[in-house]
Design a protein around this ligand. Structure first.
Ligand code: NAD
Ligand code: IPM
Ligand code: MN
Length: 378
């Protein structure tokens, strides 16, 4: 069998709940990818094989060993074939100093793995069009992807920090900074992705005000000459936020910086019905990728078996596709998710009248049943 090692980072809040669902489905693939006559023997595997390494991360790691990204966790992630993360963060650690925040651990992990390109697809599935906060005519058929630069910009820019001015007032400051190298490489990823889709790329920036955006726009135009088959446009981020809600179907591929991508992808998610549906893949081009839902640890619903696990299940599908090159297995998971939605199963965030309200675990079991009912890989 093709054997892969996967680092699991459940994290905090609903993280462990949704990762456990995704893990069960990945594990089931082993059995399912075995020849049909052998599938009844749980110990027999063929096709794909996974070995998991579950490591502490985020608030859970702070509590266990005192830091949000222990060295052992980063080392394990680097040595594995792919990393699946749930979510990190929570009220308990909100007051911590910068280095002891769960969020700092996540940024260290992204930087440590060098995963500069974050792919966040937002698809309005026909089954969920009624769960969208937008009118059906507006939401229907939306299929876009936000390519978010993930290891640069204001999240990482120096100088940063706190100070006191000559009037004795405290201030906090950050630096939005992008080099040509950073812009060129994310632009190339975006053009490549756009090329495989509708060949329409919209670069979102604030080039009317910010120098980092002025350079961004100049470099994206420069790189565009290598991709004459892709139709490139530019949009200011404030207008983009409005256009996403006014007419989201105008977008195919969006490329933007770290902070604008963070905000616009949450906005795009709700067009699809729920943030609990949006997966992501973060890749570097070499080395293991990081796969995580775009949502957070949702402390308001943690521990209640209410979280929608599909964003994480779909992140596992992205892990198979972009992280391991197992396209068939990825499609099987996605098909099983669609079938489960077709059968009417809904967690509360995407529930609408006439549908079957289920919790996280049950949703996972239903996806599993759908994987099971598919034919094994030929
Ligand atoms: P959040 O994404 O955790 O939650 C926002 C809202 O969406 C909440 O009402 C929540 O219940 C709901 N929601 C989120 N995921 C859901 C799911 N799978 N199913 C159903 N509903 C879901 O954002 P927040 O409340 O701003 O942040 C909470 C914590 O998570 C903070 O500590 C934040 O820093 C952290 N966070 C972590 C990540 C990450 O780990 N990648 C991402 C965003 C926020
Ligand atoms: C996300 C989150 C993170 C981000 C936080 C938790 C650091 O919001 O993954 O979208 O801002 O990137
Ligand atoms: Mn975010």
């Amino acid at each position: 069998p093709r054997s892969y090692s996967i680092t699991l980072l459940p994290g905090d809040g609903i993280g462990p709940e949704v990762v456990s669902v995704a893990k069960d489905i990945l594990s089931f693939l082993i059995l399912w990818s075995a020849p049909e006559n052998l599938r009844s023997f749980a110990c027999v595997s063929a096709g794909i094989e996974f070995c998991y390494n579950e490591m502490p991360m985020g608030g859970a790691a702070i509590d266990a060993v005192g830091v949000p990204l222990p060295e052992e966790t980063l080392a394990a992630a680097k040595q594995s074939d792919a990393v699946l993360l749930g979510a990190i963060g929570g009220y308990k650690w909100d007051g911590n100093e910068k280095l002891l925040k769960p969020e700092t651990g996540l940024l260290q992990l992204r930087a440590g793995l060098g995963v500069f390109a974050n792919l966040r697809p937002a698809t309005v599935w026909p089954q969920l069009v009624d769960s969208s906060t937008l009118k059906k005519e507006v939401a229907e058929g939306v299929d876009l992807i936000v390519i978010r630069e993930l290891t640069g910009g204001i999240y990482f820019g120096e100088p940063r920090g706190f100070g006191t001015n000559d009037k004795g007032e405290d201030f906090g400051f950050n630096t939005e900074i992008y080099s040509t190298f950073e812009i060129d490489r994310i632009a190339r990823v975006a053009f490549e992705v756009a090329r495989k889709r509708q060949s329409k790329l919209c670069s979102v920036d604030k080039a009317n005000v910010l120098e980092a955006s002025m350079l961004w726009r100049r470099r994206v135009n420069e790189i565009a000459s290598e991709y004459s088959d892709v139709q490139l446009s530019h949009m200011y981020v404030d207008n983009a936020a409005m256009q996403l809600i006014r007419d989201p179907r105008q977008f195919d591929t969006i490329v933007t910086n770290n902070i604008f991508g963070d905000i616009l992808s949450d906005e795009a998610s709700i067009i699809t019905g729920s943030i609990g549906m949006l997966p992501s893949a973060s890749i570097s081009g070499s080395g293991p990728g990081l796969f995580e839902p775009i949502h957070g640890s949702a402390p308001d619903i943690a521990g209640q078996d209410k979280a929608n696990p599909l964003a994480t299940v779909l992140s596992a599908a992205m892990l198979l596709r972009y992280g391991l090159g197992e396209e068939n297995a990825a499609r099987r998971i996605e098909a099983a998710v669609i079938e489960t939605l077709n059968k009417g199963f809904r967690t509360s965030d995407i529930h609408s009248s006439g549908m079957v309200l289920v919790g996280s675990k049950r949703m996972g079991e239903e996806v599993l049943k759908s994987v099971d009912s598919q034919k094994p890989i030929a």
